[in-house]
Every structure is written in C-alpha cells, then in structure tokens.
Design a protein around this ligand. Structure first.
Ligand SMILES: [Ca+2]
Length: 225
C-alpha cells in the first residue's frame, strides 16, 4: 500500500523536496563514510597488487548505433559498481531498456549509460519498486560524462554539479522521473527528452534494501547525423 504521508507532494513543493534531499544526502554522508573508507582501502590494495582495478570507464563518444533495447540486470552482471570512477557501462538502444538492481545503506550503484547520436532518452519510468524495511524512497542523481565526480560525502554541498536528481519509490510506479530530475532545485538541469550523450547515474538507498526496475525509453529520431 502506498503511504502518501511518507511521500508528500514532491513535485508540487520544490522547497520541501530540496529539504528532503539535503537531509537524505546528510544521512548518506554519515552512513557511507565507513563504506567509502572500505572502498578506498580495497582500491589501494588492488593498486598495490598491480591490478588494473577492473575499470569499465567508457570514454568513447556516442555513435549512431543500430542497437535494440537492452537490459542491465544485477541478477546477471553481479552487484552494480560501487566505484564512481568505474561505473558499469551500458549502451542504450532504441526502445524500452531496463535497469534492474537493488541498493541499501552502504551499497551504491553507479551506471554510465550512452544515448546514441541518432537517439533521445524520452523518459525514465519506475517499472517496479519494492522495499524490505521502512524506507520506501530511494535516490537517483545524474551527471554528464563517464564517471560520477561528486562523492556521497560532498554531494550535499555540490548539488550544482549534478545534472539532475530525484527521490523515487512506490509512489512513482509507472511514472516518468526523468523530466523531474531535470527540474531539480539547484542542479544544472535539463529539459526532457535528454539528448544524445554520455551520462553517469548514482543510485542510493540509505535504509534497508530496495529493489528497483527503471525503464530507459529511447526514441530513434534520425538516421546518420
Ligand atoms: Ca552496488
């Protein structure tokens, strides 16, 4: 059952949403500090061992591809990257692409996706959302580029470096959140649909685990540019 009282009009009250976001980011700062220290320690150990740290950074510019819709599913690819410098990479094709994963306190998800030069990202729909504790709202933020440059610890004071952000959850099932991400207070912002480009997402839940399925709906708007 959707608890409307837990999700009070986020779209019609931007001041409240901004306040919620700042509180959410502060909570994430505290809860992710230990985890981030563990990640840094692990990365240092990998470097000391001469590992290439399994980087998946995608610096290739988008092309006019002939890809169809695809799925990035944590059930198949394993836990989505917790490393903002080496996110999972995902090339979107025309149609209804899907991102399926889970997040919880200390489990960050970073995904770098590309929208081809013949395409636009029309919407991001919340196709499914479930939660195992008392927190029915997760968080999504986006930047341009192939990595996420803002840390969870500094995001609260660097909101103007985010292209967009939003909370989402059970109240948004089947709804589009892309347009609202572009209108997020103090962010760089954009007008939906999102044009061709290289973007990176940061998804986070600071409570018990939540499972989400997001639809990345791409339209082919031209042939070769
Ligand atoms: Ca993860």
């Amino acid at each position: 059952m959707i608890r409307q009282d837990k999700f009070p009009e986020p779209l019609t009250n931007p001041t409240l949403l901004f306040s919620q976001t700042q509180r959410h980011l502060r909570n994430m700062n505290l809860k992710n500090t230990l985890f981030t220290a563990m990640v840094v320690s692990f990365a240092a150990q990998l470097a000391a061992c001469g590992s290439d740290s399994n980087s998946t950074t995608n610096d290739e510019p988008p092309t006019c591809n002939d890809l169809g819709a695809s799925e990035l599913d944590e059930g198949f690819v394993g836990d989505l990257s917790d490393d903002r410098a080496a996110p999972n990479t995902w090339a979107l094709g025309a149609g209804a692409n899907e991102l399926k994963a889970g997040t919880s306190a200390g489990d960050l998800d970073y995904v770098n996706f590309t929208v081809g030069t013949c395409d636009t990202l029309v919407s991001i729909t919340v196709n499914a959302f479930s939660f195992n504790g008392g927190d029915e709202i997760a968080f999504i933020a986006m930047q341009r580029g192939s990595t996420f440059t803002v840390t969870p610890e500094t995001a609260g004071t660097r909101i103007d470096e985010l292209l967009g952000y939003r909370h989402f959850g059970t109240a948004n099932i089947n709804a589009d959140i892309l347009s609202d991400m572009g209108q997020a207070e103090n962010a760089i912002g954009f007008t939906s649909p999102l044009p061709s480009g290289n973007y990176t997402l940061w998804l986070n839940q600071v409570g018990p685990s939540s499972e989400y399925t997001l639809g990345f709906n791409v339209s082919r708007v031209s042939a070769e540019p």
